[in-house]
Design a protein around this ligand. Structure first.
Ligand SMILES: Cc1cc2nc3c(=O)[nH]c(=O)nc-3n(C[C@H](O)[C@H](O)[C@H](O)COP(=O)(O)OP(=O)(O)OC[C@H]3O[C@@H](n4cnc5c(N)ncnc54)[C@H](O)[C@@H]3O)c2cc1C
Length: 402
C-alpha cells in the first residue's frame, strides 16, 4: 500500500475498512459463489447497517449528504480496499452503477428529482441502473442509438431496446439515454431521462448469462425494453440534448473507481497466490514458492500492481487538482493498462492454484468470469489506446482519426 497519497483522515479510515472487508465480507464469498446475491441480501442489509453505524456509509458523498467528503484520490484508495471482495462496494453503498448515478443526480438533478430519486439512493433504500448501450449498435460509439423519447404534452414517450443495463434487476429507476433531438448533431441528439422501472411499458427481458452465470439482483446485467413508456417531462435530467455531455461527467471519476477496484482485486489475487505458493508442496519441504517461475510471476505481479496503483492515483490527483478534461489521456491510459494488469495477475494466480484455481472453491474463478469484461466496458481497450496514440502522434504531425 502506497503512503504518498494517504492523507491523515484516510490513514484513520483505511485500516477499519480493511478489517471489516476481511472479517465480515471474505467469509461470505463461499455462500455467494455457491448461492446467489439475492440469498445474501438479508445478511448484507445487516452489514450495511453496521457500516452506517461505523460512520463509513457512502464514503464518496459530500459530508452534507452523509458521506465522508473524500477527494477522488482518497476515495480511490478506499475503493482499493473495498475491491478485495466482490461485496465491498455494495456493502458501503458506493457500487457502480449507483455511484455514477448518485454523482450525476447530485450535480444535475432538480430539487424535486433529488427528493424522489437521489435521497433514497443515498440512504441505500433503493438501487438504480444506467441504460445506454443497445444490442443493435456499437456501444463504443454510443451516439448511434435507436431509443427515442418523443414529447407528447407534459410527457416523454420512450421506445427502445437496451442491453447490459447492469443491476436493472431490482432497481427502482433507470437513467435512460434516448434521442430527443434527432435533427441536432449526433452528440447533441440524446437526453438523460429518469425512468422508474415500475412505469408501464418498461420490461426487464432477461438477465444476460455471463460466462455461464446469469446472476441476479444487484449482480446482473439485463436486457430491457421500453414500449410506449410514459414519464413526466419533469424527469429530464439536465437539458434536452445534453445526454452525452452529462455522460462525460460520469466517466472520469468512474474510471478511477473501477481502476482502483481492479487494483484491489489484483492485490487479493497476489496475496492468494503467495499464500498458496508457500503452502502447496510439490515434495516434502519443496513448496511451489521454491520454483523460479512462480517467483517470477509473484515479482512481475507486484511490479505491475504497484505501477498500476501509482498511475491511477496520479491521474486521480490530477483530476482533483485540474479536472477530468485535463487528464483525458491519463484516464484512457489507466483504463486499458490496469484492466490488463488485473487479467494478467488473475491468470497467474489461477495457474498457481492449479485445478483449484478454476473451481468455485476460491474467489479467483468468479473474478476471472466477471472481470474479463473490464477490457470492454467503459470503453474497450482499443478505443483508449487510440485516444492515447492520437495525442502522442499529434506531436509528430500525424492526425489519427477516431
Ligand atoms: C459487464 C458489462 C457491464 C456493462 N454495463 C453497462 C451499463 O450498466 N449500462 C450501459 O449502458 N452499458 C453497459 N455496458 C456496455 C458497454 O458500455 C459496451 O459493451 C461497450 O461500450 C462496448 O460496446 P459493444 O459491446 O457494443 O462493443 P462494440 O462497440 O461493438 O465493439 C466491439 C469491439 O470492437 C473493437 N472496437 C470498438 N471500437 C473500436 C475502435 N474505435 N478502434 C478499434 N477497435 C474498436 C473493440 O475490441 C470492441 O471490444 C456493459 C458492458 C459489460 C461487458
Amino acid at each position: 500500500m502506497t503512503t504518498i497519497f494517504v492523507t491523515e483522515r484516510l490513514a484513520a479510515i483505511l485500516p477499519r475498512v480493511r478489517d471489516f472487508v476481511q472479517q465480515e465480507l471474505f467469509p461470505l464469498e463461499s455462500a455467494y459463489l455457491h448461492g446467489s446475491f439475492r440469498a445474501l441480501e438479508p445478511t448484507l442489509q445487516d452489514l450495511r447497517s453496521r457500516v452506517k453505524d461505523m460512520g463509513l456509509w457512502a464514503p464518496h458523498l459530500p459530508m452534507e449528504d452523509g458521506g465522508l467528503g473524500l477527494t477522488l484520490t482518497e476515495f480511490g484508495l478506499l475503493s482499493e480496499e473495498l475491491g478485495r471482495s466482490p461485496l465491498g462496494h455494495y456493502t458501503f453503498n458506493c457500487q457502480a452503477p449507483d455511484i455514477g448515478n448518485m454523482e450525476l443526480l447530485h450535480q444535475f438533478a432538480t430539487p424535486e428529482q433529488k427528493h424522489i430519486f437521489l435521497e433514497p439512493l443515498m440512504r441505500g433504500d433503493i438501487r438504480s441502473c444506467f441504460a445506454m448501450t443497445e444490442p443493435e449498435f456499437a456501444g463504443s460509439n454510443p451516439v448511434n442509438m435507436a431509443t427515442t423519447a418523443t414529447r407528447e404534452g407534459n410527457e416523454y414517450v420512450i421506445n427502445g431496446h437496451k442491453w447490459f443495463t447492469s443491476s436493472a434487476d431490482g432497481a427502482s429507476f433507470a437513467v435512460t439515454m434516448a434521442v430527443t433531438n434527432p435533427d441536432e448533431a449526433p452528440h447533441k441528439r440524446a437526453s438523460m431521462i429518469l425512468v422508474p422501472t415500475s412505469t408501464s411499458g418498461f420490461t426487464l427481458v432477461r438477465n444476460i448469462k455471463i460466462m455461464g452465470e446469469e446472476g441476479d439482483s444487484y449482480a446482473s446485467h439485463a436486457e430491457v425494453r421500453f414500449e410506449n413508456c410514459r414519464v413526466p417531462v419533469a424527469n429530464l435530467l439536465g437539458k434536452e440534448g445534453a445526454g452525452f455531455a452529462l455522460a462525460q461527467h460520469r466517466l472520469g471519476p468512474g474510471r478511477i473507481h473501477h481502476c482502483m477496484r481492479f487494483v484491489g482485486i489484483s492485490e487479493r489475487a497476489l496475496d492468494m497466490m503467495c499464500r498458496y505458493a508457500v503452502s502447496r508442496e510439490l515434495a516434502p519441504g519443496k513448496p511451489l514458492a521454491s520454483k523460479q517461475i512462480i517467483q517470477a510471476w509473484i515479482a512481475e505481479s507486484r511490479a505491475e500492481i504497484d505501477a498500476a496503483r501509482y498511475m491511477v492515483l496520479h491521474t486521480a490527483d490530477g483530476i482533483d487538482k485540474h479536472g477530468a478534461q485535463a487528464m483525458k489521456e491519463s484516464i484512457s491510459t489507466i483504463k486499458f493498462f490496469v484492466a490488463n494488469v488485473l487479467q494478467h495477475v488473475l491468470d497467474r494466480a489461477i495457474q498457481t492454484h492449479g485445478a483449484l484455481g478454476i473451481t468455485d472453491d476460491t474467489i479467483l474463478s468468479y473474478w476471472y468470469r466477471h472481470e474479463r469484461a473490464a477490457r470492454i466496458y467503459d470503453g474497450p481497450d482499443e478505443v483508449h489506446k487510440t485516444v492515447l496514440a492520437r495525442t502522442i502522434l499529434k506531436q509528430y504531425g500525424y492526425n489519427v482519426e477516431m
